[in-house]
Design a protein around this ligand. Structure first.
Ligand code: NAP
Length: 437
């Protein structure tokens, strides 16, 4: 008789519904690869009487009792798809304490409580898998954990928030302002009713914290990751970026500094001929630079019902294989990498290139003043454009002076800008966007 693995599904929303659908649609393939069936034996929701669900499930499977579900004797894998950090943390820790393996898609949970969750799993001797927590269906966790296990990641640049990428892509195509595109994205269901976490960089910071742990074997305080949202990007910046041969993308960046790690979240100018520049719409991509492989890139759907469910079910299959391997007496196939605490590079010490857009009064000698102050702070200039924006010549409007710098220390740039922004010639504070790639 075919062995069955009992699964408790916590949550039947977009991802939970996708899991049910995928387990049905791909049942034969899953049986072939695992040699066993993954059988959902209970589905926990908030409201079992909810009129509209992503998929129909047998009413008898529905429950509202998380605690009872994770303790059931016939459950081997608990799949946490309720989201949030409070109830999800309680549920996951209860499942681990009951000796169940866990699959979760919850980046917020792992970014904020990952150390606690993994330590509990280690003590209990159970697996915690989370492929869907970063970039949805793109199997980047497996790549970093297994594909590059013999390599050493030096740096990572990634687009991990589909909503931000969709908005910036549409802004670049239409040159319409951020607020308009965001409203449109909400109407189309591409952005949440409360989009703060997506557009402010908070969601991306959660994912970056997880990636940093995998890449560099260290934990970072997610709240300490410097972040800027895409709401600071103006269509005029997209026009200037294009003039200089760049596009603007919502990036997360991580770099190994051996004794410290660099991690930051912000929109960045990247060269228009770089692979990441072609990652459009809501797609995600991770560009990794590692010692042995060199550059490699992983691209695909970072969200959505079936792409995300695919990652969740693949995790269940891997846990199923681990269960069988252990039953056969094989050693544990993997343990989390040793975690050592390393400090984060302060944003003032980050060295990168900058796009600076100065809004100044149209007076003689302005350019000279700007260059003198930048030079005095050790910031050298790669390119300058003065008021190149099409159709602008209005005495009330500032003149734009746009500067691309060579590499400079962020602290020096901020000091120079504090001096410049206080000058009488300045009509509005300088817009700063970092350059990457
Ligand atoms: N959506 C995506 O594309 C995507 C991509 C990657 C990762 N994720 C992650 O996947 C997780 C789930 O996302 P989702 O989009 O599927 O969310 P969702 O559509 O809002 O569904 C959440 C589900 O959890 C249930 N639930 C919420 N709180 C509960 C509680 N305290 N007790 C019992 N059930 C509870 C809800 O029950 P009711 O149905 O009764 O309301 C609902 O079925 C989140 O951590 C999210 O960050 C999502």
């Amino acid at each position: 008789m075919t062995r069955k693995i009992g699964v408790a599904l916590l949550g039947l929303g977009n991802v939970g519904g996708g899991v049910i659908k995928l387990l049905e649609d791909n049942a034969a393939a899953i049986l072939g690869r695992l040699g066993s069936r993954l059988e959902v034996r209970t589905v926990v929701v908030r409201d079992p009487d909810k009129a509209k669900r992503v998929v129909d499930v047998d009413r008898a499977l529905l429950s509202t009792d998380v605690d009872a579900a994770v303790r059931r004797d016939d459950i081997e894998i608990v799949c946490e798809l309720i989201g949030g950090t409070d109830q999800a943390r309680t549920a996951v820790l209860a499942a681990i304490a009951a000796g169940k393996h866990v699959v979760t898609a919850n980046k917020a949970l792992l970014a904020e409580h990952g150390a606690e969750v993994f330590a509990a799993a280690e003590r209990a001797g159970v697996d915690v898998y989370y492929e869907a927590a970063v970039c949805g269906g793109v199997p980047i966790i497996r790549v970093l954990r297994e594909g590059l296990a013999s390599d050493r990641v030096e740096s990572l640049h990634a687009i991990v928030n589909g909503t931000s990428n969709y908005i910036l892509t549409t802004m670049a195509e239409t040159r319409r302002p951020f607020a308009d595109i965001l409203r449109e994205a909400q109407d189309l269901g591409y952005a949440e009713a409360d989009p703060t976490l997506d557009v402010s960089g908070g969601d991306a910071a959660h994912k970056l914290a997880i990636l940093v742990g995998l890449c560099f074997g260290t934990t970072v305080d997610v709240n300490a990751i410097p972040r800027e949202g895409i709401d600071m990007v103006d269509p005029i910046d997209l026009s200037y970026a294009e003039k200089f041969g760049y596009v603007i993308k919502p990036l997360v960046i991580a770099r190994d500094h051996i004794t410290a790690v660099e991690a930051r979240v912000h929109p960045a100018l990247i060269p228009a001929n770089w692979l990441l520049a072609d990652v459009a719409g809501a797609k995600n991509a991770v560009y990794v630079h590692s010692y042995a492989l060199g550059p490699s890139m992983y691209y695909g759907a970072g969200a959505g019902m079936l792409p995300t469910a695919m990652a969740v079910v693949s995790d269940m299959i891997e846990i199923g294989r681990n269960i069988f391997a252990r039953a056969a007496g094989a050693p544990r196939p993997h343990r989390p990498r040793p975690v050592e605490a390393r400090p984060m590079v302060a944003i003032a010490d980050v060295v990168t290139r900058y796009y600076l857009r100065f809004g100044v009064h149209d007076q003689p000698g302005v350019l000279g003043q700007l260059m003198t102050i930048l030079g005095a702070h050790g910031i050298s200039i790669a390119q300058v454009v003065q008021d190149g924006a099409p159709g602008r010549r209005d005495d009330d409007q500032p003149v734009w002076v746009v500067v691309l710098t060579h590499e400079a220390r962020e602290g020096a740039v901020r000091d120079a800008l504090a001096v410049i922004d206080a000058l009488p010639i300045v009509a509005q504070p300088c817009r700063v966007i970092r350059i990457a790639g």
